[in-house]
Design a protein around this ligand. Sequence first.
Ligand SMILES: [Zn+2]
Length: 139
Amino acid sequence: MTTRPQPLSPMKTGVRGLCPRCGQGRLFDGFMKLKPKCEACGLDNAFADPANGTAFFVNCFTFILVAVVVSAWIEIAMSPSLWVHLFVSLPIVLMVCVLPLRPLKGWLVNSQFFYKTRRGKIVSDDVAPETATPVADKG
Ligand SMILES: [Zn+2]
């Protein structure tokens, strides 16, 4: 009797930029570009399509919650001159927006593999489901 390997947690592999299947190969070729295949197990990364998910999470959580709140707090509490925002707020904004991009993209891509997500299909009503082919988006 063979046992199936336990799927690797997207939180453990994706955040560290490792392959979702083997956890050994690197997921990224550069800062944000995905490698076409895993060099360790050969997994084809064509399934990966995080689209704008990474930017969405960064905008919703890190940028708005951290950068805007911190910048607003600095302005309200201290009313500093504009150059203070240039040297304090701007680096904070850049740091909280750029640094989480790669771990978030890795987590999203590995979650797609872990949960076996696929692109949705629209099937025409006038064709039997077993013979139906996806139709192009009309919207
Ligand atoms: Zn791999």
